[in-house]
Write a protein that binds this ligand. Sequence first.
Ligand code: ADP
Ligand code: MG
Length: 472
Amino acid sequence: MFWWAVAFHTEHRFTKDGGVAAPEVEDIFADILERAKALDPANARKWFEELTVLHLDGGSLGIGCPDDTTVQFLQDSCKASFTRAAQQITGHLVTVDFRVEASDKLDSGARGSQPGLNDPISQKKRGTGTLRLHPDYTFDNFVVGPSNRLAHASCVAISQSPGNTYNPLFVYGSSGLGKTHLLHAVCFEAQGKFDHAIIQFLSCEDFVNRFIRAIEEGNLPGFQSQFRTVDMLVIDDVQFLREREHSQEEFFHTFNALYNNGRQIILSADSPPGKIPSLEERLISRFNWGLVTRIDPPSYETRVAIVQKKAHVRGIDIAEEIAGYVARKVHANIRELEGALTSIYAVATTTGQPIDLELARTALEGQIEAAARHINITDIIEVVTGHFDVRLADLQSKRRSQSITEPRQICMYLARNLTRHSLEEIGGHLGGRDHTTVMHACSKISQAKDADPKMNALLNDLTKRITQVPQM
Ligand code: ADP
Ligand code: MG
């Protein structure tokens, strides 16, 4: 038995009402955090150290977070690992709850006096309800190099003075080069600076899906007023507009309404406006009105700096030699660089070895092999639909019966774990679902995997079959 489990069960750890004495709660909580990091290295972050324990009693652990963004990230990505860690450390069944810790140092006085983006609409309440941002995707965490300098500079300029510099801003580049990161960073920055601004950030698919839903529900005016009255509209991956005529038309009117009112529009895509297949001419021309800027694959030096930055964000000590090794091995895509770092960290925590060149080599062998195999979503869907005897059309439909939901969620989970696709892309393959749906599916299946040995065996079996699908 581990020492902390022993320590936890000794009497002095408990107060009379069955809770745990405060200083010891802190210790236990520190152990839980360490354990959670080890259980899910991909989501381990240095800022976990700033989380606080609100209570640990009655089978429940309350964790205090600095803001909504952190709560969302932990809730979506880390709930399963925190729950498991808490149960392992305390030896009890514990549920975990993330909450914004009430802050007594609200600086609304200082901030509230800042002007909004553009009056008078910005006098309305702050539009953060729908703003789901990834806590890692800030300007601070973004490494600037020759490949992304212009895109970065334009995003910074916009965040300082939205609507007045480049409008619209159109950022394009291949997958995994930092478009979404930059878009989130602008929102973070603008949100902090312009307290009352209504900022709307969403993937293009989400826009299209909400539009379709609004039509089905006969609530087009509601949809229109939601998007045409914001101060800043940020839409990621607009290449999803291709071949969607009605959505393009709606988008065109949204664009005009915002543009004519001097509101900021920021768009990203995998190619420049003119190269997005079957995008209407009038949209192409509007997307070109402002600044169109490209992100290229990063140079070796930028890759080294990115590995170091990512290691820092995760609280991992990594020598320059190792960062250089990773940057030489992985060059196509920054998401893969991160994956490499995660593998190294995972091997280091499970073996207890320091991160040296030898360990990095061992860790990356498997990863590079997996990347070379090029598993794609189609392989996954084929194996999963075959196993459950359902059709792809069922998975893509809106049906919510358990017999369809489960295979659909399993596809999402496996795609997230076995491919390099983003949450948005995975949702796109499975009936145009948004990234939060995919995130929810992943955490649900991963919890089921932990709790249910049968699910664990099934996932292992499916994974084996998928990775053995003969490659072209
Ligand atoms: P895209 O939207 O272009 O497909 P993302 O923004 O999702 O790419 O980036 C993929 C991953 O790479 C993210 O984790 C992001 O933080 C990271 N990343 C990309 N560019 C940089 C950079 N310049 N500095 C730090 N991290 C980066
Ligand atoms: Mg993206």
